[in-house]
Structures are given as structure tokens and as C-alpha cells.
Write a protein that binds this ligand. Structure first.
Ligand code: NAI
Ligand code: AKG
Length: 388
């Protein structure tokens, strides 16, 4: 029986993907795998049996990736599974930033006892007049699953769209409209755009990227949307820019006590991915990644291990996570050859310092030989799988 521990609400359709071979619960101990959304996993005790963590979502800054990699724990996320939900909310945010719908609604809701509402609102509405999105410039920082969708849709709103992403994959580039202007320097986004929207991960390189230096380069009255992560913004610098009017509006899915109450902040309580469609997509993808890994050792959509997928139609499989250094394959296969085991299929993939080797055998290898592989210098983890 595989044991799955849940953190956060994982959509039932994902949990139902686990069949009778799985025990799934929030109180699980000695779990083989974790399914999580935004819960902070930095302080968990890693039980030695833990093999994978699947983030039902995109951002993995709630998971200690370095520790997982050192321990041979495969971390997955669900690329693109919630991008449509975020894109739609970004446009809600952009519309709220350009038309003062937010304060207009607040006023209208306070008028329940006003018999003259029809007349009064015609006087009041000038307070909430705004601008159209058409012809305004939008800078998209990070053209991945979400950024691409935001950029492409903005063109349909007749916006002048600029994209910045020095690490964009070729696959992603195919999906981005050729009418999006390619900016090679982030400073050009800062200088040229009326709206700037962030769609990058939070990591050591991007933490506090929107700071005083960046804000000073921006147009007066710029509107900034942050549906990526709170830590991308230097809070004090943003507060100063909001007070001075440099930033006319900050729309954030990650409000903090310091910024939430500011009159020019539209705070949203991390609702970007909170649609039933996106929760279902993420849960199903996370569950499938976990199942394919626990049952067959296949790795797809990992953020710390190479992609490695091999059909499993032999008697026995050994998967080895090891350092990406010379002679590892020789040492593993030499060890197996001492028992006269035939390797029917082999896949070796690497990602930075880590490598993953899958070996399909014509018969089961003994515990003694598996333990010998475990003892090879540079081997982090060895997992065995019996053919079905
Ligand atoms: N508000 C919410 O509920 C949600 C928030 N997110 C956040 O949005 C982020 C982006 O999500 P996706 O688009 O799905 O991820 P993604 O991985 O598809 O795209 C991220 C893009 O950012 C680019 N990038 C990385 N560092 C960069 C840098 N320094 N400058 C410019 N570009 C850079 C990458 O090359 C990649 O194309 C996630 O990491 C997560 O933090 C994601 C989903 C839901
Ligand atoms: O699970 C959620 O609601 C949060 C989604 C998110 O922030 C992400 O996918 O990065």
C-alpha cells in the first residue's frame, strides 16, 4: 500500500485518481509521497520513506528544493494547469486598476437606504471614471504559462504589449503572439509601460526585484500587477512609491498587512488559481505524476530531477538517483553483472548535478545487490519496482 499525505485542500477528483493500492489522508505518517498546494513545507520532518512531493500548482517556493534534491526526493509541479484561471484574474485586476469599479461598488453598497439612488449615482459616478485599456502599454515580465496567455489576451484588448523573459523556452516562444514586442532588457519594460505584470517565480534571483531602483525607472502613475509572489516586491519601496503617486495602483494577489489597507492597493487574497477548473486540473496532474513515479519510477514535470520516462514491460526495474559524475553508470552496471542479471532496457538522464538511471532487468535482483548499489559513492537513492 502506498501512503499519500495531503497538505491543503486537494480537489476530490485528484484524490480519486488513487486506486485501492493507495492510502490517502492528511494524517498520514511514514508517507511515500506528499501532495501540497501553498502550505509551507520548509519545516517538515522528512521521513526516510518520502520519495516525492507534488505541488498542485506552479510556484514551488514553499518547498525546500535543495534539501529534497540532497535527499533524493523528487519534487513535481503542474505546469500550466492553473494558468487560465490566473490570466482571467489578471484581467479583472487590470480592469479594476483602470476603471474604479472597486470604490464604485463600495459606494453603491453603502446606499441601501438612499431613496434617491438613481439620481445620486449619476452625480457620484464621476468620482469613479477611469481609462480604457486599449492603446495602453503592458509589460509582461516572465513569459511562461501565465505570462504568454496574459500577453496574447492583452493584444485582443488592443494593448501595446511588451514581453521580457531571458530564459523563455522554444516551446513557450511558439505560443507567444509575434505581435508581442520582445524586450531584451527589463529596464525597457520599466521605462515604456503603463501597466507592468509579473509572472516569474520567486527565488534568490527574483526576490525584491521590484525595488526603489526599478520603481524609479518606471513611468509616473504606473500600475503594477503581482499575481506571482509577494516577495518579488520590496514592501517599503512600494509603499513609498504608492504614497508619492509614482505607482497609481498596485494590484496584488499577495497582500501584506503593511500594504493591504493602502487606498491605491487592490488586495486579493491569493485567489489566482482558485477556480474549480484549475483546482481540478492541478489535483489530477499532481496525482498522475505521483502515481507514475511511485509505480514505475517515471518522472515528468519535476522541478529538481531530469525528465525520465520509459515503458515498463519487463520483470523488474531499478531506479537510481545519483550524482552526475563520471563512472556512475559503469559502477551500477558492474555491480549488477556480478549476479548475472541482464539489463533489458536502460535510460540515463541528468539535470545539473543530479542524474537518474532507470534499469529494466530480465529478473528480480537480490536485496544484496540492491544494497551494494546503494553503497556506491555518489548514489543518493535506489528504488525497486516489480513488473505488474
Ligand atoms: N496567484 C496564483 O494563484 C498563482 C501564482 N503563480 C505564480 O506565478 C509564477 C509563474 O507561473 P507560470 O507562468 O505558471 O510559470 P512558468 O514556469 O510557466 O513561467 C515562468 C516564466 O518566468 C521566466 N523567468 C524566470 N526568471 C525570470 C526572470 N528573472 N526574468 C524574467 N523571466 C523569468 C521563466 O523563463 C518562465 O518562462 C509561479 O512561479 C507562481 O509563483 C502561479 C500560479 C497561480
Ligand atoms: O493552490 C493555490 O491556490 C495557489 C496556486 C499558486 O500560487 C501557484 O500555483 O503557484
Amino acid at each position: 500500500m502506498y501512503k499519500i499525505k495531503l497538505y491543503n485542500n486537494i480537489a476530490p477528483i485528484g484524490i480519486n485518481a488513487f486506486d485501492e493500492r493507495y492510502d490517502v489522508s492528511e494524517d498520514m505518517e511514514n508517507e511515500d509521497a506528499i501532495l501540497v498546494r501553498s502550505a509551507n513545507l520548509f519545516d517538515i520532518d522528512y521521513n526516510p520513506n518520502l520519495k516525492s512531493i507534488a505541488r498542485a500548482g506552479a510556484g514551488v517556493n514553499n518547498i525546500d528544493i535543495d534539501t529534497c534534491t540532497k535527499k533524493g526526493i523528487v519534487v513535481f509541479n503542474t505546469p500550466g494547469a492553473n494558468s487560465n484561471a490566473v490570466k482571467e484574474l489578471v484581467f479583472a485586476g487590470m480592469l479594476m486598476a483602470s476603471r474604479d469599479i472597486y470604490h464604485g461598488i463600495e459606494w453603491a453598497k453603502s446606499q441601501t437606504n438612499n431613496e434617491n439612488l438613481a439620481k445620486d449615482m449619476e452625480k457620484q459616478k464621476k468620482q469613479y471614471a477611469g481609462n480604457e485599456l486599449a492603446k495602453k502599454s503592458l509589460g509582461v515580465i516572465g513569459c511562461g504559462a501565465i505570462g504568454i496567455q496574459v500577453a496574447n489576451l492583452a493584444l485582443r484588448f488592443d494593448m501595446d504589449v511588451h514581453g521580457y523573459d531571458p530564459y523563455m523556452s522554444v516551446d513557450a516562444a511558439w505560443n507567444l503572439s509575434r505581435y508581442v514586442k520582445h524586450e531584451k532588457a527589463i529596464e525597457d519594460i520599466y521605462k515604456k509601460c503603463d501597466f507592468i505584470t509579473l509572472h516569474i517565480p520567486q527565488n534568490d534571483q527574483t526576490k525584491g526585484i521590484i525595488n526603489k531602483e526599478a520603481l524609479d525607472m518606471m513611468k509616473n502613475g504606473v500600475k503594477i500587477l503581482n499575481f506571482a509572489r509577494g516577495g518579488l516586491i520590496n514592501e517599503d519601496d512600494m509603499l513609498e512609491a504608492l504614497d508619492s503617486g509614482k505607482v497609481a495602483c498596485y494590484i496584488t494577489d499577495f497582500p501584506t498587512p503593511k500594504l493591504a489597507g493602502h487606498p491605491h492597493v487592490i488586495p486579493i487574497p491569493h485567489l489566482g488559481a482558485s477556480t474549480s477548473e484549475s483546482e481540478d486540473n492541478c489535483a489530477v496532474m499532481a496525482a498522475k505524476e505521483t502515481i507514475h513515479f511511485l509505480q514505475y519510477g517515471n518522472i515528468k514535470n519535476s522541478v529538481n530531477m531530469p525528465e525520465a520516462i520509459m515503458d515498463f514491460n519487463h520483470k523488474f526495474r531499478i531506479c537510481v538517483i545519483h550524482k552526475n559524475i563520471p563512472k556512475m553508470l559503469t559502477k551500477i552496471t558492474d555491480t549488477l553483472s556480478t549476479e548475472n542479471v541482464n539489463i533489458e532496457n536502460l535510460l540515463n538522464k541528468s539535470r545539473k548535478d543530479i542524474a537518474y538511471t532507470m534499469l529494466d532487468l530480465d529478473h528480480e535482483a537480490s536485496d544484496a545487490i540492491i544494497n551494494k548499489i546503494r553503497q556506491i559513492d555518489g548514489v543518493t537513492r535506489v528504488t525497486t519496482y516489480a513488473g505488474e
